[in-house]
Ligand binder design. Structure first.
Ligand SMILES: Nc1ncnc2c1ncn2[C@@H]1O[C@H](COP(=O)(O)OP(=O)(O)O)[C@@H](O)[C@H]1O
Ligand SMILES: CC(=O)OP(=O)(O)O
Ligand SMILES: [Mg+2]
Length: 400
């Protein structure tokens, strides 16, 4: 039998999501998640779909991504799906920052590792975790091809007018300052799946994709190609996120340094980890924020309103960028699950075409679905993202 399995590792700043797939039919053999890495109590949830599907949970200390990956390998081994299996063909890694250089999934060698490492200053929360994942996987299976799938790749089609900041060109080029964009694997997958939902080819449709997870970004996709996105040099720009501020006047940073006497490191932590929803109201989970709003909590309401206002501004901006919009697609944890966010983001945009049907919006499920009323000029859709499947598909195509 030839090896046909791909293991996908999606290492976040404090989590690892993983899936083991059989690429003959793209079926999932095992899925899981390690959360709160580096905190006092970490949690691992493992579901061996090929071995009964009974989930196992484990809590304890997992100090870093190396330990997380070893714990994942141990769980897989319990069901005979270990990394030592001869059926494993390749390992695919989500790598958040690929700079301008990586436009395609890439087989990892020393030069690729060095480039990912060089990009750490512009993805300090993400690239180190991705590197640890790669190195640990390489140590466990040095014989296997490991493929990097970059968050930035889908956005490399952005025109210069969208990708450049209006700062001195020589300074920008010297320091490689430009807008790279992130969550590209998700934006690519969801824009394609939205076209399919509309019964069209990706080349035929213009889609605004709203990837609303803990990190959040919007993109304008014309005929299958990204023409603008809300994240920039780093994943800090754009929408209000769980813990990140998104857009603000850059002079806030000078002011905090000069008047607030904060160090650059303190400001970095403030804007990346203590801002956004958590900074506004103390919670970054949309479920908790909605619960507080239902109880009449004004801070939670204000945080929600700021989140929605920013989202609307991007929807409006991408209408102007695209000229014609066929669909708005909501995805990731908030986009897939929070009906009140979808309702509020589209409310008042009827003149532009999109509308949300209350009953359809309330339906839950894992399948891509329309939530706009029949006959709406612009479709509104919920399209669950599947970064892991997309990474597996690209890994298989690249390593095979
Ligand atoms: N049932 C739900 N209702 C509302 N929001 C939800 C629900 N489930 C998850 N979320 C939101 O989704 C977020 C996580 O999204 P996810 O896409 O998994 O993020 P990430 O990949 O960045 O960790 C949570 O922080 C929470 O705000
Ligand atoms: C790039 C980014 O923000 O990723 P995540 O949403 O996984 O934090
Ligand atoms: Mg995510």
């Amino acid at each position: 039998m030839t090896a046909s399995r791909v293991l996908v590792l999606n290492s976040g700043s404090s989590s690892v999501k993983y899936q083991l797939l059989d690429m003959r039919d793209s079926s999932r053999l095992a899925v899981g998640l390690v959360e709160r890495i580096g905190e006092r109590v970490s949690r691992l949830k493992h579901t061996p779909l090929a071995a009964g599907g009974e989930s196992r949970e484990w809590t304890g200390a997992i100090p870093d991504h190396d330990a997380a990956l070893k714990a994942v390998a141990a769980e897989l081994a319990k069901d005979g799906l270990g990394l030592d299996s001869p059926e494993l063909a390749a390992i695919g890694h989500r790598v958040v920052h690929g700079g301008k250089h990586f436009t395609e999934p890439t087989v990892i060698d020393d030069a690729v590792l060095a480039e990912i490492e060089r990009l750490i200053p512009v993805a300090p929360l993400h690239n180190p975790a991705n590197l640890t994942g790669i190195r640990t996987a390489q140590a466990l299976r040095p014989d296997l091809p490991q493929v990097a799938v970059f968050d930035t790749a889908f956005h490399t089609t952005m025109p210069e007018s969208a990708a450049r900041y209006a700062i001195d060109v020589e300074t920008a080029d010297r320091h490689r300052i430009r807008r790279y964009g992130f969550h590209g694997t998700s934006h690519a997958y969801v824009s394609r799946a939205t076209a399919k939902l509309l019964g069209k080819a990706p080349e035929e449709v213009n889609v605004i994709v709203l990837h609303l997870g803990n990190g959040a970004s919007a993109s304008a996709v014309r005929g299958g190609k990204c023409v603008d996105t809300s994240m920039g040099l780093t994943p800090l720009e754009g929408l209000v996120m769980g813990t990140r501020s998104g857009d603000m006047d850059p002079a806030v940073i000078f002011h905090l340094a000069r008047v607030g006497e904060m160090s650059i490191e303190e400001i970095d932590t403030l804007l990346n980890k203590k801002s956004g929803l958590i900074g506004l109201c103390g919670d970054n989970d949309m479920r908790e924020i909605r619960r507080r709003i239902d109880e009449g909590d004004e801070r939670a309401q204000l945080a929600f309103d700021i989140y929605i206002h920013r989202l609307k501004k991007y929807i409006g901006a991408y209408y102007a960028v695209l000229g014609r919009v066929d669909a708005i697609a909501f995805t990731a944890g908030v986009g897939e699950n929070a009906a009140p966010v979808r309702k509020a983001a589209v409310a008042g945009l009827e003149q532009l075409g999109p509308a949300v049907d209350a009953e359809l919006n309330a339906v839950r499920g894992d399948a891509p679905r329309l939530i706009s009323p029949a006959g709406a000029r612009v479709a509104v859709a919920v399209v669950p993202t599947d970064e892991e499947l997309e990474i597996a598909t690209q890994t298989w195509a690249t390593a095979g």
